[in-house]
Design a protein around this ligand. Structure first.
Ligand code: SAM
Ligand code: SF4
Length: 329
């Protein structure tokens, strides 16, 4: 098992399949993009599948989420998902995506056994989309959402980051849009993980503010907190339920004490936290011919050293060198 020194057990593995992306969301990367990882540094599909297998078969991983960068850009995605859903004990397998290309890939992914998707959608306004993501692709995202629902990847979950003076006014319309279609919406507080290091606490739309905006239009009551477990979202019943909305207060309402996540970057580094400043290199060992036992031991050691919390409020807080797109959100 992947246990840290505080007794937390990591069972939820996030695997970044690429650091590349076809959008440029302002809270994530600059309009000109980033220097992408060189191709030889990326794990191959076989290497990814091997690490996921070790996680599931030997280390107690029960949930695998593929992310990025934009995971739909990874050519072998369907094959990687199929290999993961064939593992025993069968993990839950999901995907976090910006939705571009999902209209084509939702069916093949569902056939490969994918259980669920989270699609990021920050606005319903084409001009705001272009301003926020620097690409004119809102139509593709909405088509992708519909295709995911049509392929049975339900409940389709939607992730929204609100930014002050950009899309903050869309909290209510976005929730209405999702409720009408049976999508489950979660608002995520903006975290200091952008490549430009432009995050400022005073610019962040807080969980309290988000709830305030929603409560102007909906009756929200807290869902049973016992069902939250290690999930980061605080869930609220909308107008008495059964529809729900989630708020992930990563910064102002941290959930580090219940965290059950561990990450592998696209270049094969284990990260025990989004905000970790150290990584553990599995790729070098993997390519040097290390047996499964040794890889499992390195991975276990990497999780053991996980810190108690992200420390964003600590004066000594340092934003990690890797941006969100290269860690795997
Ligand atoms: N490209 C995919 C997408 O956008 O869904 C997957 C990768 S993206 C890094 C994963 C999630 O992280 C998205 O929902 C995105 O909105 C969120 N995200 C990115 N940067 C963030 C930040 N600085 N603070 C909070 N969430 C962020
Ligand atoms: Fe790309 Fe996702 Fe980052 Fe937006 S949040 S730039 S879609 S990786």
């Amino acid at each position: 098992m992947l246990v840290d020194s505080f007794g937390r057990v990591a069972t939820d593995l996030r695997v970044s399949l690429t650091d590349r992306c076809n959008l440029r969301c302002a809270y994530c990367m600059p309009p000109e993009g980033l220097d992408w990882l060189p191709k030889p540094d990326l794990l191959t599909a076989d290497e990814i599948i091997r690490l996921v297998r070790i996680g599931v078969e030997r280390l107690g991983i029960t949930e695998v989420r593929f992310t990025g960068g934009e995971p739909l850009l990874r050519r072998e995605l369907v094959e990687i998902v199929a290999a993961t859903t064939a593992l025993l004990p069968r993990p839950q397998v999901s995907l976090t995506t910006n939705g571009i290309g999902l209209s084509r890939l939702a069916e093949p992914l569902a056939r490969a056994g994918l259980d669920r998707v989270n699609v990021s959608l920050d606005t319903l306004d084409r001009d705001v989309f272009v301003r926020l993501a620097h690409r004119d692709r809102l139509g593709d995202v909405l088509d992708g959402l519909m295709a995911a629902d049509g392929a049975g990847l339900r409940p389709v979950k939607v992730n929204t980051v609100l930014m002050r003076d950009i899309n903050q006014h869309e909290a209510v319309p976005l929730l209405r849009y999702c409720l009408e279609r049976g999508y489950e919406l979660r608002f995520i507080e903006q975290m200091p993980l952008d490549a430009q290091h432009g995050w400022r606490r005073e610019d962040m739309v807080t969980a309290d503010e988000i709830l305030g905006l929603l409560k102007d239009a909906f009756d929200l009551t807290e869902d049973d907190p016992r069902e939250r477990g290690s999930a980061p979202a605080e869930m609220f019943l909308v107008n008495g339920g059964p529809d729900r909305v989630g708020v992930i207060g990563s910064v102002t309402r941290p959930f580090c004490g219940a965290c059950d996540r561990v990450r592998i970057t696209a270049d094969g580094q284990v990260r025990n936290c989004l905000f970790a400043t150290e990584e553990s290199d599995l790729r070098t060992a993997l390519r040097a011919g290390a047996p499964d036992d040794e890889l499992a031991e390195r991975w276990t050691a990497a999780v053991r050293g996980k810190r108690a919390g992200h420390g964003i409020d600590d004066p000594s807080f340092l934003q990690p060198a890797r941006p969100m797109s290269a860690i795997g959100g």
